[in-house]
Design a binder for this molecule. Structure first.
Ligand SMILES: *Cc1c(COP(=O)(O)O)cnc(C)c1O
Length: 413
């Protein structure tokens, strides 16, 4: 139990004033961008303590986002698997369909307080783009979204939503034409526009202060679920799990539980397998390196260049991970595990068929791990963050995998 004591003052200690979580994080920026990030750091450090900002964000979460989102007990899925109880934190019910709105509403409000006119970002699955376009419309800000051409083709409904919400979607046509290239393009745009625009990153990564800021805005997820689960059961869950792409829904889930006697599992995408290029499991298979302005675990070749990554879930295919995860991994407080495309798809179909919840394929990774945990244990409970809904994925899933009869019983057994 003593290991949990280490985390009593965690939020006061991490990150340090240089934005470092132990050996990770920090800020690796071209000279021209240092003032832009310093400006955001200074503004955030003042504004985040103001009662006006806190109260306004609270009101927006309640009235616009629909928070708190519920915790749900999956009785049929639990019974189907055995004796363990699986619970879900329903971030899919957050307005716009995923947890990403939590940090976008926070960053948008910060932009407004800083007097900026525009928000700039990249997007992979399109979820961050939709969330940011939503926040921009709410706050009356302009919104430029950079997106790889491959993802644009895969996520057409999200592209339509962004445009309907008034955002400009700018296609990125170099390299693998996915998330990594889109991040590069958004950084280039920021260099030209930072006087009037603020960059809004899509996960708990990037140069300081973004890993801290996104973590702070996402902690509402873990804080709510901790209280809600205790209200429902009078206990702590034995285990808590969330999927790890860049690491925002998971860090927001984990941090409020760090000082509790609860096992924490971050789920990385194993894609097609362990060969380089077939997965995006950065903590599990990566090594220390710098990408996009921060230090963390990185999937890299011998020359330090990021390796290509793959997952069925385009929101998870990033070659690095938020620096706080690297730190919590080395501390031994969070266990990082992997789930393959195949296992995630089984969870996707089972949750749809048995519970009436179509999850995002990203979130299906967390459900798949909860299912594995439930199969391996005879008692206890696991609480998984369902980061988003699967509406954006259904056409792609049915085209690639059909209706999943091999996984999911049509009727209760
Ligand atoms: C983007 C996304 C993720 C992965 O992002 P994190 O920053 O790791 O949380 C997971 N689930 C959904 C639904 C997403 O849209």
């Amino acid at each position: 139990m003593n290991q949990y004591r280490d985390f009593d003052n965690y939020l006061k200690e991490y990150p340090d004033e240089n934005g470092r979580f132990g050996a990770y994080g920090g800020s690796y920026l071209p000279k021209e961008l240092i003032p832009a990030f310093k400006e955001i750091t200074d503004a955030y450090e003042t504004i985040c303590h103001s009662a006006q900002f806190i109260n306004e964000l609270r009101r927006i979460r309640r009235e616009f986002q629909g928070r708190p989102t519920p915790v749900y007990h999956c009785e049929r899925l639990s019974n189907y698997l055995g004796k363990c109880q699986i619970y879900l934190k329903r971030e899919d019910l957050n307005h716009s369909g995923a947890h990403k709105l939590n940090h976008c509403m926070g960053q948008g409000l910060l932009a407004k307080y800083m007097g900026k006119k525009k928000v700039i970002a990249e997007t992979g699955a399109g979820q961050h783009g939709v969330a940011l376009a939503t926040a921009a419309a709410f706050y009356g800000l302009e919104c430029d979204i950079y997106m790889g051409e491959v993802d644009i083709a895969k996520q057409a409904p999200n592209v339509t939503r962004m445009k309907l919400l008034g955002a400009r979607v700018i296609p990125v046509t170099h390299g693998l034409k996915t998330l990594k290239e889109a991040v590069d393009a958004a950084f280039e745009a920021l260099m030209k526009e930072y006087k009037t625009a603020i960059y809004c990153i899509g996960s708990a990564l990037g140069p300081h202060p973004f890993p801290m800021m996104v973590r702070d805005f996402q902690m509402i997820v873990g804080e709510e679920m901790r209280e809600q689960f205790r209200e429902m059961t009078g206990l702590f869950p034995d285990a808590v799990t969330a999927c790890v792409g860049g690491g925002s829904n998971s860090i927001g889930t984990f941090v409020p539980f760090l000082a509790d006697p609860v096992d924490l599992y971050g789920v990385e995408p194993l894609g097609r397998g362990t060969n380089p290029g077939d997965h995006a499991a950065s903590v599990t298979y990566g090594s220390k390196g710098v990408l996009h302005g921060f230090e963390s675990y990185l999937l890299q070749d011998e020359a330090g260049e990021p390796l290509p990554v793959y997952s069925v879930a385009s929101g998870l295919d990033y070659p690095s991970v938020g620096p706080e995860h690297a730190f919590l991994h080395d501390k031994g407080r969070v266990n990082y595990v992997t789930v393959s495309d195949e296992e995630a798809m089984e969870a996707f179909y089972l949750l749809s068929r048995l519970e009436g919840i179509i999850p995002a394929v990203e979130s299906a990774h967390a459900v798949a791990y909860a299912m594995r945990w439930a199969r391996e244990h005879c008692t206890g409970s696991i609480l998984a963050t369902l980061s988003g809904r699967g509406d954006k994925d259904i056409d792609f899933v049915v085209e690639q995998y059909g209706y999943g009869e091999q996984y999911a019983p049509r009727k209760a057994e």
